[in-house]
Design a binder for this molecule. Structure first.
Ligand SMILES: [Ca+2]
Length: 293
């Protein structure tokens, strides 16, 4: 049944044009226009963690793709189905991908027990690169970083819940169109992808409805969960945490290097080995919900 993934990047526009909306297109509730680059003053990861009340949502690919539904589209895996109900407790998640500056402070801390990413060429990031998302960090070191800040990696379900921003039936964190068309007809990207020169400073585009930046694109983001092709068929409703074991960890959101826009959807699942450090993979942390008084 498994067939090689058809390299359809060039044809994806055709596929996207055949989307069966299913229901009326969800309205983007976040900002719709890319913003100016983020302020030069770095925010700390701790201060930029967003509390989310938790709740229920439909996890998985809720939008129907005509060529997929009728079997015309060749896919190597259909791991984003079945769509299933998920209920999450309150938690908090970083507004931004972890930056080089964030990670440098961690690396320099006594007892951190991690080495700096090799592309830095030293203990600190290259000048002017502090607001870029950190990458070339293994899953294990990402876990250490988050723990040092009183957090952890988000589960895959938490990541998707946060990425959707409380809006049902989305393809992307801002809506269903990958680009924003200005009055003069210019199509402007709403996330950083399809580049050959690396990521951009975090927060270079508008956030989603929950205030998360760069959920789509910039760097893939580690999640806590092991990957399994069939997990959605057996996922519990309550607080799913992924398979008990596996070989690969789930990464989400697509990266600066990806040209297929579907990789930047809120439901696209990808995976890689936890001991690999790659220039397209970074992370953001989650943590406990702030205590209520
Ligand atoms: Ca990202």
């Amino acid at each position: 049944m498994a067939r090689p993934l058809l390299r359809v990047a060039a044809a994806w526009g055709l596929v996207a044009g055949l989307v069966l909306g299913g229901s009326s297109a969800a309205q983007p509730t976040g900002g719709q226009t890319p913003t100016a680059p983020a302020p030069a003053t770095p925010s700390t990861a701790a201060s930029a963690r967003i509390p989310l009340a938790g709740g229920e949502f439909w996890m998985g690919r809720t939008r129907l793709w005509l060529m997929d539904e009728i079997g015309w589209q060749v896919r190597e895996r259909a791991d984003d189905r079945p769509v299933h109900r998920v209920r999450l407790a309150a938690f908090a998640i970083d507004a931004h991908e972890v930056t080089n500056d964030d990670y440098a402070a961690f690396v320099a801390a006594p007892g951190a027990g991690v080495e700096p990413p090799y592309h830095w060429g030293g203990r600190t990031p290259p000048a002017g690169k502090g607001r870029l998302p950190v990458y070339n960090v293994t899953w294990h070191d990402a876990v250490k970083y988050c723990a040092a800040l009183g957090g952890r990696l988000p589960t895959e379900a938490e990541w998707e819940y946060a990425a959707r921003g409380g809006v049902a039936d989305l393809d992307y964190p801002w809506g269903n169109d990958y680009t924003d068309t200005t009055p003069d007809g210019t199509a402007t990207k709403r996330a950083h992808s399809g580049s050959s020169t690396g990521p951009r400073p975090v927060g270079s585009f508008a956030p989603n409805a929950f205030g998360l930046y760069d959920v789509s694109g910039n760097v893939w983001e580690w999640t806590a969960d092991w990957y399994d092709l069939h997990y959605y068929a057996e996922s519990p409703v309550e607080q799913p945490t992924g398979p008990a074991t596996g070989r690969y960890k789930v990464i989400r959101g697509g990266s600066w290097a990806d040209t297929e826009t579907r990789l930047g959807t809120v439901y696209f699942r990808n995976f890689t080995a936890p001991d690999t450090a790659q220039p397209t993979v970074g992370f953001r942390c989650a943590g406990p919900a702030p205590s209520t008084r």
